[in-house]
Design a protein around this ligand. Structure first.
Ligand code: MF3
Ligand code: CO
Ligand code: CO
Length: 265
């Protein structure tokens, strides 16, 4: 299905199920927010994710997903994505992306934010601001029937203007009953993304990863998950789950307490 995403369009009922999943996922991130500070370990954040999700009767989607061992991803500094929570204790000057995905009644919500721990370097603050702005510029750039590549066009233009790079090896994705499904949502324009359109009723993520230096990544050969920048420079990411409506995109994972569009880090 290269030219039509018709099969991915959700019914009114299914859209409400996705709204519900997105709402809970955002509530989870707001619950975590006060804990994400110097002195806490990434493993402790993961435990909070697991317990809050289970206490509300839902399922942390990462746990056991393709063998993934934890309930969320915590990606610190040069880690681009899929950092595995563990004994690492956050400290002043770190940036950490916390990525949470919940399965609610069989439907997924997926989002992440990058958090600044105390005073961070100018580069770390810059990539964080850039990733945040790129996400919101991309959301603003699309409407029903937009080409998916309009997302990558907006992100590359902004990141390049600020002297940063856009990760190509990991991309946004459709989601619904599956954690990762069609369509592919690359953060740079591609031939496939140029050919596919965002039909109303399609649900997907936008999750740009912005690097201070090279866009190239390296997968940790020991744990099989952690993805780092090849040059060791910092990387930041923000993610929302989006439903393309009849008139405009609807963000399903809006937090009550997190940074809103226009926020300055
Ligand atoms: N939440 C990530 C995403 O945005 C995927 C994590 S997969 C996992 O797509 F297995 F590492 F959890
Ligand atoms: Co995602
Ligand atoms: Co995610």
């Amino acid at each position: 299905m290269l030219y039509s995403l018709k099969k991915l369009r959700l019914s009114r009922y299914e859209q409400d199920a996705m709204r519900n999943a997105g709402r809970f996922n955002a509530q989870l991130l707001d619950y975590l927010r006060p804990w994400i500070k110097a002195g806490v370990t990434t493993g402790e954040i993961d435990r909070l994710v697991y317990e809050y999700t289970r206490d509300h009767g839902h399922v942390p989607a990462p746990l056991g997903y393709q063998g993934y061992p934890k309930s969320c991803c915590t990606s610190v500094n040069e880690v681009i994505c899929h950092g595995i929570p563990g004994d690492y204790e956050l400290r002043d000057g770190d940036i950490v992306n916390v990525d949470v995905t919940t399965k609610v009644d069989g439907w997924h919500g997926d989002q992440s934010e990058t958090f600044l721990i105390g005073e961070v370097s100018e580069e770390a603050r810059g990539v964080t601001q850039c990733a945040f702005d790129c996400l919101h510029l991309a959301i603003q750039a699309i409407k029903p029937w937009s080409r998916i590549a309009e997302i990558g066009d907006a992100i590359v233009a902004e990141a390049t203007r600020r002297g940063f790079s856009v990760v190509e090896d990991y991309i946004g994705h459709g989601l619904g009953r599956e954690f990762h499904q069609k369509p592919n949502v690359p953060h740079v324009p591609t031939r496939q993304a140029r050919a596919e359109r965002l039909e109303p009723g399609v649900c997907f993520t936008i999750e740009p990863m912005i690097n201070g230096g090279t866009k190239e990544s390296v997968l940790d050969r020991t744990d099989g998950w952690t993805v780092r920048t090849r040059d060791g420079r910092v990387s930041a990411q923000f993610e929302h789950t989006i439903l393309m409506g009849e008139e405009h995109p609807e963000v399903l994972t809006v937090t009550k307490l997190g940074p809103q569009p226009g926020f300055r880090f």
